[in-house]
Design a protein around this ligand. Structure first.
Ligand code: SDX
Length: 427
């Protein structure tokens, strides 16, 4: 604990503990505020409210810092693999070589999805948005993996985590192949985790799968960069659903739906659609900048701004460089990248954006790489969900192991006060 905060109201004085995080963040602990004062706090969107104490991810929005379990995102993106980061986020330490090999071997053992799940997939029209399909299939996994998981059993939790880390990529690949009208692919146990995901997504029924290191490395890096981001909207959803002791798969399914929103993970799809609209408009970025600043126009510059980062999103910096590298390595000259860079330069010099600390976020450049990798625009947020899976799992597990209470915010009621019932004949 780090001292006390004093709240004075109508002659009463309330002392509230102040706690300090390991990066010296300070928080006023209001756990007992209502019992002491009869008052609650009000904070729409929880812009000033911490929901938990967590040891998983640290962000500093002012300095543009992001660390998973103390490791800088720049180091992990450069030197680690996505499967290592999955292990790190969930169990708190980077795996040894033998731990990583066992983790991957156990995942391979669990990477078959029950054939009956296909009947659920077949029920969707080709036009169904992949995020809706993915959320439904993830929830349906409960029917095929009904075992209640004792969260305090390391062994049971390990098995449940391996199961979802193994099967989720199959569902991701199925959503793409369904949309393309392709037969489902079962993967290859001899491939690496991310390579196998790419194979399940893109192997042609009539041809051999050929690994492209540039593509696999780019995919691996993108998945690392999306893996966790403390208490964002979808992670908070996973936590609050899990706080009722709903199962892991049900909580993840809810998180996928939250991520779908265009203000959150759905922004990566919205960015590409915005850039394509600007391209179709002859590259008229000024028109879209004006729309983004017009309070009467609901349009926002997608991929810009962030609840926490009031500086560059460190992930956006890494993805912007990766976009240059991947397109150059693949020999792709995508005019959309030039439009994105032009838009960024304009916004970074525009008083409206500068005064509001609006910088490119993780979604601004990621779609350009996905597009270069042959991933359709409507699949971009599914790729975000694939990356965020370990973060959701880690945060759900931490919430349950910390035995956090069911999430149930209060409110300030502003409706009608008591009034007598009027029978319908008198209305
Ligand atoms: C993700 O939380 C996370 O960590 C999320 C995420 C993760 O890894 O989980 O990082 C992933 O969701 C990134 C964000 C993707 N969303 C977008 O790119 C959509 C566009 N961005 C905005 O909608 C907005 O910036 C948010 C939703 C990201 C943040 O919104 P806030 O924190 O609620 O800020 P706000 O809406 O109160 O905006 C403050 C001001 C407002 O203007 P004023 O009322 O002060 O005049 O900035 C303006 C806003 O109108 N503003 C924008 C803008 N973003 C904010 N104006 C134009 N274009 C924008 N993009």
């Amino acid at each position: 604990m780090s001292g006390k905060a004093i709240l004075e109201y109508e002659g009463n004085r309330y002392e509230l503990p102040v706690i300090q995080g390991s990066e010296n963040e300070l928080a006023i602990d209001i756990k007992n505020l209502r019992s002491q004062s009869g008052m609650i706090t009000l904070d729409p969107g929880y812009k000033n409210t911490g929901s938990c104490e967590s040891a998983i991810t640290f962000l500093d929005g002012e300095l543009g810092i992001l660390r998973y379990r103390g490791y800088a995102i720049e180091d992990l993106a450069e030197k680690s693999s996505f499967l290592e980061v999955v292990y790190l986020l969930i169990w708190g330490e980077l795996p040894t070589q033998s731990q990583l090999e066992k983790f991957h071997k156990d995942i391979v053992q669990e990477s078959i999805v029950d054939e009956d799940m296909k009947k659920i997939l077949d029920g969707f029209p080709k036009s169904a948005h992949p995020m809706g399909v993915l959320s439904s299939l993830t929830s349906a996994l409960i029917a095929f993996n009904p075992r209640f998981v004792n969260v305090s059993s390391d062994e049971e939790m390990y098995e449940a985590i391996v199961r979802i880390v193994a099967k989720f990529p199959v569902l991701v690949a199925w959503t793409l192949r369904k949309r393309k009208g392709l037969p489902l692919d079962y993967g290859d146990d001899t491939l690496g985790y991310v390579e196998n995901i790419h194979k399940m997504m893109f192997k042609k029924p009539s041809g051999e799968y050929k690994k492209n290191d540039i593509i696999i490395d780019a995919l691996d890096k993108l998945l690392i960069l999306h893996a966790d981001h403390e208490q964002n909207c979808s992670t908070s959803t996973v936590r609050i659903v899990g706080s009722s002791h709903a199962g892991l798969f049900a909580s993840l399914s809810a998180g996928i739906s939250a991520l779908w929103g265009p203000l959150h993970g759905g922004a990566n799809q919205a960015v590409l659609e915005m850039l394509e609209a600007i391209q179709a408009d002859g590259g008229d970025t000024k028109k879209y900048m004006a729309k983004a600043k017009d309070k009467n126009d609901p349009f926002r510059l997608m991929g810009f701004g962030h609840r926490v980062y009031k500086n560059f999103d460190p992930r956006a910096k890494i993805i912007k460089k990766a976009a240059d590298d991947v397109l150059a390595d693949l020999g792709i000259d995508d005019p959309i990248l030039a439009i994105a860079k032009g838009l960024e330069q304009e916004a970074l010099q525009d008083e409206y954006f500068v005064s509001r600390n609006l910088y490119p976020n993780v979604d601004f450049y990621s779609g350009i790489i996905y597009r270069a990798l042959g991933i359709p625009t409507e699949m971009f947020t599914v790729m975000f969900a694939l990356g965020r899976l370990p973060g959701w799992i880690a945060q759900w597990r931490e919430m349950r192991l910390n035995q956090e209470p069911i999430g149930r915010p209060r409110q300030v009621y502003v409706g009608e006060t008591l009034r007598s019932f009027t029978p319908i004949e008198n209305r």
